[in-house]
Design a protein around this ligand. Sequence first.
Ligand SMILES: Cc1ncc(C[n+]2csc(CCOP(=O)(O)OP(=O)(O)O)c2C)c(N)n1
Length: 660
Amino acid sequence: MSRYLDMVDQPAHLKKLKLDQLQQLAGEVREELITKLAKGGGHLGPNLGVVELTIAMHMVFDTPRDKFVWDVSHQSYVHKLFTGRKARFGTIRQTDGLNGFSLRTESEHDCYGAGHAGTALSAALGMCAARDQRKSGENVVCVFGDAALTNGISYEALNNIAHTTRKFIGILNDNEWSIAKNVGAIAGYLNQIITHPRYNRLRKEFEALLRRLPAGEITSKLGIKAEEAIKAVAAEVSLKHKPASPDADGRGGSGSSLIFEEMGLRYLGPIDGHDLPLLIRTLEFAKHCDEPIVLHVLTQKGKGYDVAIKHPEKFHGLGPYDITTGNTPPSKPGTAPAYQDVFGAAMVRLCQKDTTLVGITAAMPSGTGLKALEKALPQRYYDVGIAEEHAVIFAAGMATMGFHPVVAIYSTFLQRAYDCIHHDVCLQDLPVIFCMDRAGLSANDGPTHHGLFDIAYLRCLPNVIAMAPKHEDELVDMMFTCSLQKHPTFIRYPRGAAEGVPIKESPALLEIGKAEVTRHFANTGGRKVALFGLGNLHSMAKQTAETLAAEGFDCAVINPRFTKPLDAGAHEFFGNAADIVVTFEDHALTGGYGSAVLELFAEKHLTTPVVRIGWPDQFIEHATTVDYLRKKHGLTVENAVAQVKATSPATDAVKLAAVS
Ligand SMILES: Cc1ncc(C[n+]2csc(CCOP(=O)(O)OP(=O)(O)O)c2C)c(N)n1
């Protein structure tokens, strides 16, 4: 039997379908998501939750003229299916396939790219301001999750909407989950609204009214009713009851503390985000409203797929899975543990011995591995929500009181907290420990998630001690070493499996700024090559040395360990002793570790040629595997060998020129 989905490839096709057909389409879309993502993985749960919402949005609005701005945009798969990308949907997050997030270059229906949380409200408001400036009249619809309300930027935008425009449509997609269960006061507040008995009764009345009224009357009557509903319970549902003050001037006081209303936004809802006719009618109303609106819709993450409903955290985003069981393939026997798990286990061990250590995550307990600490020592664990800036300043505050807070964070998300690293941590020289996971590629996610810039953005800051372990045992040594420092410390390590080396019973204390020589020159008389392999690329440096040695080169391999302070002595020694130096880093070449080596050589007037292996000065695309991208961009043993061979040891000629 043919499916409605087979007939739908553009928003205009959707608009031809009747309500019952659209409802059938919703089921087909869910099936498409579940079957297609089973092969390559993706953000299944969030997308299953927004099927009806996305259909309703496309029924009421007209992209690309109207603009849909998705927060994070991991929930935009259904939108992709309806906007000319259905045939390529099976390629999502794969090499040369669709991106897993909104991408302006992928479709004219993607008006704004994202991958980091909390940006949608500001971007949408910017579009509204531009529209008002040019009087072009398009609708801007912003979809943001309940977890976006743990993020500071969202409030900066909410605070600014009513002052900026009269027409703004925000949709709060509330499923009570971030990746993990959502945290904090706002989550509790939204939950109060949803569960309040009186509100629920009024909500039912509100929904019944929507159903009864013909579309034309909705705009005039609904507003009044909605407001009544809100005001009636606002006194009971509030973040905090404030005593009414005589000079409240009609604002404030316990009767008007509903947060969106306080910000000058008309609040509608909460409504059932899976009730398609209700969604369509409410969005019609929103479309004709001449004041900024926040529509609160309640959705279920994983809707329509039992295992995803039962395990919302796992199905937020995952790799390939078995459709019947939802099981993901077990890792092959002998696979090394993931860095995040080594980190989590080490945190528990270190925290048990050192009471000054605590762990902080910004809504990433599983991804960072800090969940292990939550389980073992919950009182030493903090999930602050998607609030990276707050996480860093919160850590700075604890550090002023004698603690060693460990901020477990992805390299890419730490970028948001750059000023806090500078102004709060480094300037005050506070002993905050940053454990930066995903430093390197996040292949399927792509450029929003690759962690390729942290060496560059950290090494210019005074007081920073920054390092990268060559394997998991050294990661634990580094964590232990950091716990004994009186300065800001940063450890970068990549996504995925570590090297598979055993972890010592007791971690070693490393000397700050000291490199480790892992292979010495053999003095064979061959051309001398010193290979500095940073972090996870140390093994590539070793393999390159083996290949070069087999061809008659005399190779030394150094594990630099520290990108700041650099081991000036070791770099200078090998810079002098070698004919060619090679640096390896899983980081952008611009401003990275190899750049630091070049700066040092310039200072020391060392003219030894330096071959740098790392990521080129461009945003690296997404792909199925890290290996594919490394090959494409030259982070390989073969390229390193070829570059060494192509580099003439200019030292003699340069030295002669310098003498004459
Ligand atoms: C700045 C930043 N920090 C962390 C993340 C990781 N992250 C991706 S989605 C997500 C949760 C989003 O929850 P919500 O907005 O409520 O949407 P839902 O998935 O529940 O639909 C998080 C924490 C991110 N993308 N950006």
